[in-house]
Design a protein around this ligand. Sequence first.
Ligand SMILES: *[C@@H]1O[C@H](CO)[C@@H](O)[C@H](O)[C@H]1NC(C)=O
Length: 197
Amino acid sequence: MKALLLGLVSFYMLVSSRTEELPEVDNNNNNKALSSLDITKRFDDLAARLNILEQELKMKQETPRIAFSAALVNEGYCGPFNSPTTLVFSNIFINLGNSYNPSTGIFTAFVKGTYYFSFTVFLNSNSKMFTSLMKNKDRIVSVWDNYSPDSNDSGSNTAIVQLEVGDNVYVKLYEERQIFEDGTGYTSFCGFLLFPS
Ligand SMILES: *[C@@H]1O[C@H](CO)[C@@H](O)[C@H](O)[C@H]1NC(C)=O
């Protein structure tokens, strides 16, 4: 239905933009009326141009398929380290568009647009956990857990951000902080392109 409407609109725009090219009606009847051959030719021309416009419109409307989801594969504790560390989620569930690099843990935007990201972290000791979702050098959202009487804690956070081509998004584990993963999938990271722009 949408395609049909777009087609009709394009057809109308084409026809109206070409009316000035149609031969003037000559009151002295010197100009012959358009022959059926001319009309067929014009119709074919319009149909061909409509086809090109439809292809262009389709290409513009198609959202690139960019989506990834991955978990940490650590056998046990990750950290504490004495400097901030990018978490490398290398157990890939899906990586459409390959914008996420499973050997560095960094998502790089190849398409300008609005993106959704979410991450979840887990710690089963009563040590300290502090992680942030980062956009280049900027902290976006974080998960924090401090010493507490209970040991097993999990937290997650989500953000929707606008990215330019080349922007990097990743999860940072702060110095002297720790998380845990044993293959169960307690600690994970995912994201996808909502709208290109
Ligand atoms: C804490 O998590 C570990 C898994 O990492 C589990 O084996 C253990 O039973 C949990 N402890 C409690 C008190 O829930």
